[in-house]
Design a protein around this ligand. Structure first.
Ligand SMILES: Nc1ncnc2c1ncn2[C@@H]1O[C@H](COP(=O)(O)OP(=O)(O)OP(=O)(O)O)[C@@H](O)[C@H]1O
Ligand SMILES: [Mg+2]
Length: 261
C-alpha cells in the first residue's frame, strides 16, 4: 500500500479508570498514525484496552493525557459543539448493531442526519445513497427483526456513513456473524474504502478479519502497543508472545480436526 497523508495522529495517549483498588492505567502512552484510505487492525486479548482506545478516538472517553489530531484539531481539546461536529466524520459500528427495533431501516439510517438538523429532501437523498452503497435499497421499509445479522450490520454501517464520515471505527463488528456473512461484510468495507477513500479501524479478535482487510496491525497488551507492522509481516514474522499466541489460535482454527487433536 502507498501511504497517503495522515488523517488521524494519536500521540502518547493515556487513560486510567477508577477501580475499587484505586486508579488503574488502561491505556499507556499509545502513539499511532492512521493514513487516509488505510485499514488498520487492532488486536489483543480481552481486556487489553481495545474498546477503550476506540472510544477515545471518537470522543466518547476523554484521555488523561495525549493528543488525537484530526486534521489540525486536537479532539481532546475541543469544546462540546466542535467535538460534536468532528464526531460526525467518525462513524462507529459495534458487534450488537445497536439498531432501534421499533424504527424502519430508513429511520435508523436517518437518525444521525436528523440529529444533525438535515431536512428533506436532502435527508431522503442521503439515506437512499448510503442504503444503495451497502446494498439495502430494497429494505428501507423493513424493521430490524425482519433482517438477517449481516443485513443488520449493513444498516449499522450505512448509519455510520450517513453524514460526511471519513473514519469508520469497527468494534468486533463481525463477531456475531457466520464466516460467509463476515466475508460479505469485509468485502463491503473494501469496496467502501475503494469508493469513498474511507479510513477504517478494525478492533477484532479474529485474525481472519485482519488477514482479509488490514494493511497494518497494532497489537495491544495491557494497554500498551507491544507490536506493530504491515499485516504480512505480522502474519509471518510476529515477535511478541501475545501476537504469536493469537496467531497460533488462528492457525489451529485453519487446520482440520484430525491434525489438531
Ligand atoms: N468505564 C469504565 N470504568 C472502569 N473500568 C473500565 C471502564 N471501561 C473499561 N474498563 C476496564 O478497562 C479494561 C479494558 O477494557 P476494554 O473494554 O477496553 O478491553 P477490550 O480490549 O476491548 O476487551 P474485549 O476484547 O473483551 O472487548 C478492562 O479491565 C475494563 O474492565
Ligand atoms: Mg472490547
Amino acid at each position: 500500500m502507498v501511504l497517503s497523508e495522515p488523517l488521524l495522529t494519536i500521540e502518547s495517549l493515556s487513560k486510567s479508570f477508577q477501580q475499587s483498588q484505586g486508579a488503574e492505567n488502561i491505556l499507556n502512552d499509545i502513539s499511532l498514525t492512521l493514513y487516509r484510505g488505510s485499514i488498520v487492525g487492532i488486536i489483543g486479548r480481552s481486556g487489553a484496552g481495545k474498546s477503550t482506545f476506540l472510544r477515545c478516538l471518537n470522543g466518547l472517553e476523554k484521555p488523561d493525557a495525549g493528543r488525537i489530531l484530526f486534521g489540525d484539531q486536537d479532539l481532546c481539546q475541543l469544546n462540546e459543539v466542535d467535538l460534536r461536529k468532528c464526531r460526525q466524520k467518525i462513524g462507529v459500528v459495534f458487534q450488537t448493531y445497536n439498531l432501534l427495533q421499533s424504527k424502519t431501516v430508513f429511520d435508523n439510517i436517518a437518525l444521525p442526519l436528523i440529529l444533525a438538523g438535515i431536512k428533506m429532501p436532502l435527508l431522503n437523498q442521503r439515506v437512499e445513497a448510503v442504503a444503495d452503497l451497502v446494498g439495502l435499497s430494497d429494505k428501507l421499509l423493513s424493521y430490524p427483526h425482519q433482517l438477517s445479522g449481516g443485513q443488520c450490520q449493513r444498516v449499522a454501517i450505512a448509519r455510520a456513513l450517513a453524514i460526511e464520515t471519513e473514519v469508520l471505527l469497527c468494534d468486533e463488528f463481525t463477531s456475531a456473524l457466520d464466516p460467509e456473512t463476515t466475508l460479505d461484510i469485509l468485502n463491503l468495507l473494501l469496496r467502501l474504502r475503494q469508493k469513498l477513500g474511507l479510513t477504517i479501524v478494525l478492533v477484532t479478535h479474529d485474525m481472519n478479519v485482519i488477514k482479509h482487510c488490514a494493511d497494518f496491525v497494532y497489537v495491544l497488551d495491557k494497554g500498551s502497543v507491544v507490536e506493530q507492522g504491515a499485516t504480512i509481516d505480522i502474519l509471518t514474522h510476529a515477535q511478541h508472545p501475545v501476537t504469536q499466541s493469537l496467531l497460533r489460535e488462528f492457525l489451529k482454527d485453519q487446520l482440520p480436526d484430525f491434525i489438531v487433536s
